[in-house]
Design a protein around this ligand. Sequence first.
Ligand code: NIG
Ligand code: FE
Length: 405
Amino acid sequence: MPTQSTSKQLWRDVQVFDGLVQLSEAMTVLVEDGRIAGLWPAREFNEAHAEGAACAGRGGVMTPGLVDCHTHLVYAGNRAGEFEQRLEGVSYEEIARAGGGILSSVRATRAASEDELIAASLPRLDALLADGVTTVEIKSGYGLTVADELKMLRVARRLGQLRPVRVITTLLGAHALPPEYAGRADDYVSLVCDEMIPAAAAEGLADAVDVFCEGIGFSPAQCERIYQAAKAHGLAIKAHAEQLSNLGGSALAARYGALSADHIEYLDEAGVRAMAEAGTVAVLLPGAFHVLRETQLPPIELLRQYGVPMAVASDANPGTSPICMPTLMANLACTLFRLTPREALSGMTAQAARALGRLDLGRIEVGAPADLCLWDIQQPAELAYAVQAGRLRQRVFKGEVVYAR
Ligand code: NIG
Ligand code: FE
């Protein structure tokens, strides 16, 4: 009798969305030693492959584990008061210029210990996991001193040890100008370039560097200095760009080989072309668009025409997107930006992984890490169509069923 190894597991009769294409037939999926070891149309499955495998599930829809490629999950406090102000007509920019907005979260985050930040962030992480996330990017950006930015990144890394999830970290020191540098933005950029980036790189705390290229953030010239420092330290590059205006931040990022340019509501054709040429992913953040009640739509049709890969992320943060539900983002990407459900799901799996430079993730293909979700639905499009918690039957991380309902 062969012994039944729990490291070899089989799912039968599942409808598979592989990250790019929905496979139309019922499939059999074999997972061994943390990786996808086989994928067959059910009727072609040779039972010899099942030897030693436990049947872990039958029926339902299997997708790659969701990849949330843009979040600001680590912060203290909340900004419900600003939400009310904005509903009364005060703009996001006005609140920021008056010292609220990001700086309000900076005050709360600076005052919090690592343990307090863990306690504040874990429920948000758990909400993402309950909605199928297996990889999450977490940015700093509410510390804005070397010590507080590193504190945030350490908390992000610790979250990845506390829960079965891959955490990718991004240093966003250039998120806002801290009050102690008022009128000295270039000096602050020097701090980011000469101290923050080297320290984060030396401690292995950051996988990438991001900037907020905007009138209320940093100029393209300042962002360029940060990109040069990031490159010098071997870190990948990302951008918050063209969210509230067009400063050419996406094209700049693309020139530096950025993994992604994110938000991009005000992106023009030259920017789209630059991103296409560089292979820079367009990360769409419909939660921020929705919460800020924006009306300027990202140039979806141009992105399609130029073949720019489109990812979709939650942007979970206390200001513009206090929403920890990636499947709602898929819905909003369709309803607000007119993505097809398949584009939205690719955007939260294969394309999101690409936006993190992880071409091995977000796909169901032989050899890929077995980060998977099994959903109690009939077809993948339902994940974008209906907004409903509790449809996740199993979450599989590195080949282990880490959540089962
Ligand atoms: O992605 N735009 C800049 N950064 C965040 C918002 C951060 C905040 O308001 O706290 C964003 O929308
Ligand atoms: Fe963001």
